[in-house]
Ligand binder design. Sequence first.
Ligand code: FE2
Length: 202
Amino acid sequence: MDIDFKNVPKHYAARTHEKMEDVLMDPNGVGPSIHYYMIRGGKNQKNITVWEPGTVSGEYIKTYGHYHVGQLDENYDILFGQGIALVQKLAMDENGEMIADKVEEFKAIVTKPGNRIYMAPGYGHLLVNTGETYFVTADDSPVDFEERDPTSFPGHADYTLVKKMRGFAYYVVEHDGQPALKKNPLYKSIAKEDLDGLPVVG
Ligand SMILES: [Fe+2]
């Protein structure tokens, strides 16, 4: 076995409440100081993500969400807990640029441990912890530990559109103790959607 320890200090990363305020349904809501933890190993070793359970003003704890630049796809293996994946593809303008507030396709996927969720190229994705325990996944996204401009290599994650729109087209909220979806009013249209049987609340 030939393991290089050089990048070990860069493996761990945490997403704080302060950072998540960008994309929360209620940016003034009270949440845990850290929403989720990542141990980044990359394509072969995998990236492990652990979500805290709970809600912020009724919205379940989630990952920030991003789009990949270029033709990168990835798989999320659901290891533990209860969660929902949100996937969305934005409409494109005539120059092939994504239109921030027009969704071509939106999908919610209720997951179970053992499921593998495929994130196709061009589809933004985030995952939500809807249970009372940690929610844990392993994904095979490549990781780049070098200090360089992230736009200089393909497949990097683009967070800017998610930030601009304050999250995805729907928020996952607790309603009568169960997960439900609530529309993000900043989005103008959703052409096609599959909500996996989840109710939509106003
Ligand atoms: Fe990703």
